[in-house]
Design a protein around this ligand. Sequence first.
Ligand SMILES: Cc1cc2nc3c(=O)[nH]c(=O)nc-3n(C[C@H](O)[C@H](O)[C@H](O)COP(=O)(O)O)c2cc1C
Ligand code: SF4
Length: 605
Amino acid sequence: MNYERLFEPVKIGNLFLKNRTIFPPISTNFAEEDGSLTDKFINHYVRRAKGGVALIIVENSCIDYPKGKHGKFEARIDSYEFLPGWKRLVDKIHEYGVKCAVELAHPGYEDKGVDLLSEGEIEGLIEKYVLGAEIAKDAGFDMVEIQGAHGLLVNRFLSPLTNHRKDKWGERTRFAVKIRKRIAEKCGWDFPVSIRLATNDFKDGGIDLKEGKRIANVLAKAGYDMIQADVGLGPKEKRLEPMPYTEGWRAYLAKGIKPLPVPVAAVGVIRTPEVAERILEEQADLVVLGRALIADPDWVNKVREGKENLIRRCIGCSECIKARHDEDTAIRCGVNPNVGNEEEIVPAFEKKVVAVVGCGPAGLEATRISVKRGHEVHLFCKEFGGQLNLAMMPPGKSKIKALMEYYENVINEGKNVHFHEGDAEKEDIMKLNPDVVIMATGARPFVPFPLIKGMVHKYSDILIGKSVLESKIVVVGGGGLVGCETANFLAQKNKVIVVEMLDDIALGMETITRKSLCRELGEKGVRILTRRKIIDIADGVIEIENMDNGEKEKIKCDALVAAFGNKPYVPFTFDDRPCYIIGDARSIGKIVDATHEGYAVAMRI
Ligand SMILES: Cc1cc2nc3c(=O)[nH]c(=O)nc-3n(C[C@H](O)[C@H](O)[C@H](O)COP(=O)(O)O)c2cc1C
Ligand code: SF4
């Protein structure tokens, strides 16, 4: 495929874009706490500019400090004191022929909804957007974008659910229209302004697509130069989609507000060039690639060069969202260890023979980087992908497969890598006399009970299809992430009960993903028993104890699936040479931990 539409130039107002891709605002928390820009912040955007995207819209920046601050390490654009930092960023992005805008966003005042703002406060807020735009223009930005979605202030003026004013501001588009007009008065009509628009609130009584289309028309007529067909104040999972969402699922919103006299961008889970091209052919004028470019900043260049198979796809693991929204800390990426650390991977000073034992995400990342740095790498691989083969089996988790495919493609490109199939023995490794050994041997399921034949199964055997259960009553022991995903898998064909000792299930997961998983379990009728421990297992029955009152209960069931997690597996080590233990073999973690450890160790050797 040659992706003709993707690489067709387009104009936003008078702004020429070399192709149809946009990197949207994604808060990084990479700025200083005082709102000034850091090298980390700048490098993050410059790296994406280098990757071939046409337009970068820099993240949500504060126009009203401190009341409108949104994120602990949010950049500020509310005062000329920050101009030098912005200038430095813009100049560097421009070096790559990439256009850039900045998103001006206000969350509204916590204690005051739209209905309670005084006229003076409203006019004052408008001027905050205007000052932000003036600073942006003076810094050299090519455009600004107004955040009019996601339940933030402009969205709240636009939505009938949050704007019940009886005065002129009850005309819901007035606030956004006035912002556009005032920016033009200060910056000129030739300085483009786009809007991320709530085209659907996904909430009863809120903006629906018909109303979204009406609003889009008003705003295009008022002078907005491009509209991103985004979502409004409803459930967060519609704008920060967890893994199960289908690629390009909300591009229909872009089509739904067209035709308009200005370009329309589609946004949301656009991951592959095939889907991007189809959207451009049928639904939108531009495509937004958010997490796709977090996971792989070179996405656009790789497509242009016909190397789509080397794209490291976003798998939707939501680590970035967990960092930004749950922890309010700097973002990280599950598959791209260079997020927040855009260092160059340079050849190693001394070429070494490196043995990597294990080919789960930790071993594969260690291999990828070691190969890239020019070491002679021997990869001992029993099952390519390791735990990823299990993780991708529950419903909605198939995107994980793309990570395995990426490693396979990228590692196979290397001339300095040798594959050794099957179980690795210490003697096999000794024969190679490696300078360094990396043990990425993963983990084994932890089963605290005897494996009564036909009654007790390991969760791993269930997920890979070694044990098959259908039309049965199944108790899943353990309601952590593994237990809940296994329960979701089993609930497709069985009646499932989850028994968990803690106060709640799926603890530690990113909030939106957790909510969506819990909802799915509920919809499938999975019974959840928390603060219960399994005390006895016999054929056809298990006994549990309520940890609060000591009451015991017998549950008749056909099977118990042990999903109590995993324990590290390290069959041997070496003490006569550097030997690193990484990933689950060191300590049980997530994909993000495995890839980061694999990366770190391979950068060190
Ligand atoms: C970690 C994270 C931070 C985000 N921060 C912002 C933001 O500052 N402003 C904004 O309008 N959208 C923000 N978004 C939403 C993205 O711009 C984008 O609309 C969303 O991720 C869906 O597109 P994607 O599937 O291509 O990533 C953020 C998304 C993520 C994952
Ligand atoms: S952290 Fe996960 S969801 Fe976020 S960009 Fe990376 S792979 Fe995608």
